[in-house]
Design a protein around this ligand. Structure first.
Ligand code: FES
Length: 104
């Protein structure tokens, strides 16, 4: 289990919300809570210098605050122009109330 990285407490991210977290050696990350399921992806938009956690979560998509591009939170795939490059996502495990990812 030592290759798991703890990012935050599950209770720190309310349903439909996101939280920026930092993990050593990784780019800034965004943790999402979709009705009790947690998802993690890189927080920087692939189109520009915007934090996705400053955007809006709608259903299972997140909208960038800069130009309205969108990504699927579960897969990282872009769903609205001008975003065309996927966000990197990370497999998530919740261990003892902590949201964790596998060290890539
Ligand atoms: Fe995110 Fe342009 S910076 S859509």
């Amino acid at each position: 289990m030592s290759d798991l990285i703890k990012l935050c407490k599950a209770q720190d991210v309310a349903p439909g919300q996101s939280l920026q977290v930092d993990a050593e050696g990784l780019p800034a990350l965004a943790v999402y809570n979709l009705e009790g399921e947690y998802y993690v992806s890189n927080n920087m938009c692939t189109h520009g210098m915007a934090w996705m956690t400053d955007g809006y979560v709608e259903g299972d998509e997140v909208e960038c605050p800069f130009h309205g591009g969108r990504f699927n939170i579960r897969t990282g795939e872009p769903t609205a122009f001008p975003c065309v490059v996927p966000l990197q996502t990370y497999p998530v495990t919740v261990v003892d109330g902590d949201v964790c990812i596998q060290r890539p």
